[in-house]
Design a protein around this ligand. Structure first.
Ligand SMILES: Cc1ncc(COP(=O)(O)O)c(C=O)c1O
Length: 370
């Protein structure tokens, strides 16, 4: 199948334009170099070795993961300096200990004193230290101890003081940028998160603690503010693929989106003025619901088509206005969907078909599980 055209694929098929992915990755590397901040790319969007290689510029070092399955996968393939940026789940402490004892630098994250207690109860062998990031909530409203709570500083001090444990850094994720529209709003969140994180670093300094700091998301790192140069690291991930959501937020242009789902027309329904396609919610994510005039995705080259609804393996497509001309969409013809959310869509596919200028050049196999 190598070098075949995309039309040779069975559908639905997740396809990656490797040239765009490389360009997106290179731009982020250059942006961070210019800013003078360490890029620690997140692997959650693709979970593949090939894309990790592109994002790390081949160093195989300094990555973030969101599952222990990813951490093990990358460790097994020569990666090190891995940050498992997910409040450490207690059922996984032993597996984290094993990775900490095996790698030069496996790092974990926590946001509660009970998690610290779990680490204290499981000292690492050979005098090794747990490398711990404190998760701070600077307005994202998900995991993390609230930056303004006295408990945040107390927890940081407790981590720093615990024998066998090192406070490696403070980590704030700015997922609240996903509610932004436009660069100005994105940069306001970037500025606020940076300010609150740096203020927290000052509080730490005042009690004699120095460690790293990291903030980020694809929107903020696509449009960084100057003050982010004062941080140690940033940790975006989605940018290597981007998606329709990022283009509506203002992180990128639609042309930057490196991934598509190919689908075929499998039915004509003139009584409903609709087409059926072979991609349902098992092939492209539902989370574009209500966000786009074109439904759950953008149908490339067909601005008047809307992906109206999906069941597991079927999609209903209708025109935004007017009557469908079925001769334009014969059964078996291909349609190309640009996903609203590339992370959520990629995770549904066991293999990614990689192309350069429309010719298939390989397959990437992601890791799965938790
Ligand atoms: C904790 C954490 N860090 C980093 C990222 C990467 O951010 P983005 O997907 O905006 O690139 C995510 C994404 O969800 C995340 O949850």
């Amino acid at each position: 199948m190598e070098e075949d055209p995309l039309s040779a694929l069975f559908t639905p098929a997740f396809v990656v334009d490797v040239d765009k992915a490389k360009r997106n990755a290179q731009r982020m590397i250059e942006r961070c170099q210019k800013l003078g901040v360490q890029l620690r790319p997140h692997m959650k969007t693709h979970k593949t070795l090939e894309c990790a290689d592109i994002m790390t510029g081949g160093s195989q070092r300094c990555i973030v993961v969101s599952t222990l399955a990813e951490a093990c996968f990358y460790a097994d393939h020569g990666y090190d300096d891995i940050l498992y940026a997910y409040s450490i789940p207690f059922d996984k402490v032993e597996r984290c200990a094993a990775l900490s004892e095996r790698l030069d630098l496996f790092q974990i994250l926590l946001d509660h004193p009970d998690a610290l207690e779990q680490l204290r109860k499981r000292p690492l062998k050979d005098g090794r230290q747990w490398h711990v990031w404190l998760k701070l909530d600077c307005g994202n409203g998900r995991a993390g101890v609230l930056h303004s709570e006295p408990g945040a500083l107390k927890l940081a001090e407790a981590i720093a003081k615990t024998e066998g444990v090192e406070l490696t850094g403070v980590y704030a994720h700015c997922g609240n940028t996903y509610y932004c529209t436009g660069v100005e709003q994105i940069q306001a969140v970037a500025q606020e998160t940076t300010k609150l994180t740096l203020q927290f670093m000052e509080k730490l300094k005042a009690v004699g603690i120095t460690c790293k700091s990291s903030i980020g998301s694809t929107p903020t790192c696509s449009h960084p503010v100057k003050d982010m140069a004062q941080l140690s690291e940033v940790h975006p991930g989605n940018y290597v693929f981007y998606d329709v959501q990022q283009s509506t937020i203002g992180s990128c242009c639609l042309e930057d989106v490196a991934v598509r789902v190919l689908t075929r027309v499998i039915g004509h329904c003139p009584h409903r003025n609709q087409l059926l396609i072979d991609c349902g919610w098992a092939g492209i994510s539902l989370d574009g619901a209500g966000k786009l005039p074109t439904g759950y995705a953008v149908i490339e080259g067909h601005p008047n088509l809307k992906l109206l609804s999906m069941t597991q393996e079927h999609g209903r497509v209708e025109p935004i206005s007017g009557q469908l001309d079925y001769s334009e969409y014969p059964l078996g013809s291909l349609l190309t969907l640009i996903p609203y959310h590339s992370c959520a869509t990629a995770v549904m596919h066991p293999v990614y078909h990689v192309h350069s200028e429309g010719r298939l050049v390989g397959k990437w196999t992601p890791t799965r599980g938790w």
